[in-house]
Ligand binder design. Structure first.
Ligand code: F0G
Length: 452
């Protein structure tokens, strides 16, 4: 498969360092087989996350020089507010230092007061899940039935299951306080969500008096899929599709580290003045004054420019095709990949790839470790290690997340070659067991060892 070449030239470069297999063996052992503990200088291609790892444009770097670092009323905030209003269509804009800070604030305001304590989602991302649970909520994931068939060609596998949603709304009534639509649906493979699905959720939210929250980290990428694959959107601009998507939400949170094309930042946006006031009260406690919210003025300026750049169709065409290129490469080599590829990453189903490794020995993490050992590639497990303690995990995914505007096709070809090599010798890959795990978000701090 072909994809449009990078719609940019490289002006500033960062070296990649190479390690030997022997070095990587020792590094893995020292890191307790947890790739979060490996220093980036020992990574050849870093596909751990697409979050905060992108390259900024010359326009963003230039905008940073305009950063106004006044504690209150900075002009950087005005530029940020204007851009977020334009992007989301919401009136009230509250900066936070990243997505989970926004989640913590809304969780506290929504679940600590009177009323329902249940939240449902197409699938909660791990930080959203942890923050809402910490805030006292009981959570239900209701991914669409199509998402179960991970190899079919169906589009919009990120949707919520509307039938199950209505069933739960009827059954639990007032106990349900919030519906979260994660767009794109990261945990379900970065799969897009259709506007038709979000619209139907809005109707149910109105019918049952529930708040609708959109986790909009990757809504520009989602809008590209809507334009391309949802009927009636081919002639609309990405900017209009983003605004239409978010028009259905009462509360928007966004980690700008994804489609904001920056290395740090986030926000809450809403039209609800009462909620906004409560959010701001907690913001001051945890993040800072509402005109900076845990960020430097220059960060706000970089986000203002980055959000607009993420709406560029040439960029999105290249971005989504790059992800697909990696997925195609794996698929052609007979590696089980979640299909179609989503917006920001390729997901390999490790339980199928390594059928000799039992679920309790974490086939996903075993593949993560093998990829590092073989090629110095860092990926992330999204399976039993990440979620196994809280939920029934259907798939053992390994996520190859592609940082924005960072790697070229030759880097991806290298990753495809490493996967092919692993595929040839996969019987030798061993499972893992846990030595230590923390009470929340265990994959970040876990220490493991190979099983004999
Ligand atoms: N929501 C989604 C869907 C995310 O993917 C993330 C982060 C967050 C919220 C939290 O944002 O990191 O700025 O606090 N996802 C990263 C990832 C970490 O690797 O997928 P944050």
């Amino acid at each position: 498969m072909d994809y449009p070449f990078e719609p940019f030239k490289i002006k500033s470069v960062e070296p990649i360092y190479f390690t030997t297999r022997e070095e990587r063996e020792k590094i893995l052992k020292d890191a307790g087989y947890n790739l979060f503990f490996v220093k980036s200088k020992y990574i050849t291609v870093d596909l751990l996350t697409d979050s905060g790892t992108g390259s900024m444009s010359q326009f963003q770097w230039a905008a940073m020089m305009k950063g106004d670092e006044s504690y209150a009323g900075a002009s950087s905030f005005d530029r940020f507010e204007e851009a977020v209003r334009k992007y989301t269509g919401k009136k009230i804009v509250i900066p936070t230092h990243q997505g989970r800070a926004a989640e913590k604030i809304i969780s506290h305001v929504i679940f600590s007061g009177e009323g329902g304590k249940i939240a449902v989602s197409n699938t909660f991302f791990d930080t959203t899940r942890a923050n809402f649970q910490y805030g006292g909520a009981k959570l239900f994931d209701l991914p669409s039935p199509e998402s179960r068939d991970i190899f079919s060609d169906k589009m919009f596998k990120g949707n919520i299951d509307l039938e199950r949603l209505e069933y739960l709304l009827k059954k639990e009534g007032q106990k349900i306080k919030l519906i979260t639509m994660t767009v794109t649906n990261n945990t379900a493979g970065g799969q897009p969500v259709s506007i038709e699905n979000i619209k139907a959720v809005r109707n149910l939210a109105d019918k049952y008096g529930v708040l609708l929250h959109i986790d909009a980290c990757r809504v520009s990428e989602n809008s590209y899929f809507v334009k391309k694959y949802e009927s009636g959107y081919a002639d609309k601009s990405i900017a209009d599709i983003v605004r239409e998507t978010l028009s259905f939400a009462d509360i928007v949170t966004m980690s700008a580290k994804k489609d904001g094309l920056v290395n740090i930042g986030g926000y809450i946006a809403t039209d609800d003045e009462d909620l906004a006031l409560k959010f701001k009260e907690m913001l001051i406690l945890w993040e800072g004054f509402p005109t900076y919210g845990g960020l430097a003025g220059r960060d706000l300026d970089a986000i203002a420019v980055g959000l607009m750049e993420s709406l560029d169709e040439d960029y999105l065409e290249y971005r989504i095709s790059q992800v697909r290129y990696l997925g195609e490469g794996f698929k052609q080599a007979g590696i089980p990949v979640l299909w179609p590829t989503g917006g920001h990453a390729v997901y390999v189903e490790a339980a199928r790839f390594l059928p000799h490794i039992k679920r309790e020995n974490f086939p996903g993490q075993a593949l993560v470790v093998a990829l590092y050992l073989e090629g110095g590639i860092r990926t992330a497990e999204i399976g039993s290690l990440m979620f196994g303690r809280d939920t029934d995990v259907e798939h053992e995914f390994v996520r190859f997340a592609i940082p924005r505007r960072v790697y070229t096709r030759s880097h991806l070809d290298f990753v495809i070659d490493v996967m092919k090599n692993l595929s040839d010798g996969k019987a030798k890959i061993r499972g893992l067991e846990i030595e230590y795990e923390p009470p929340f978000l265990r994959h970040f701090l876990v220490r493991m060892r190979p099983v004999e």
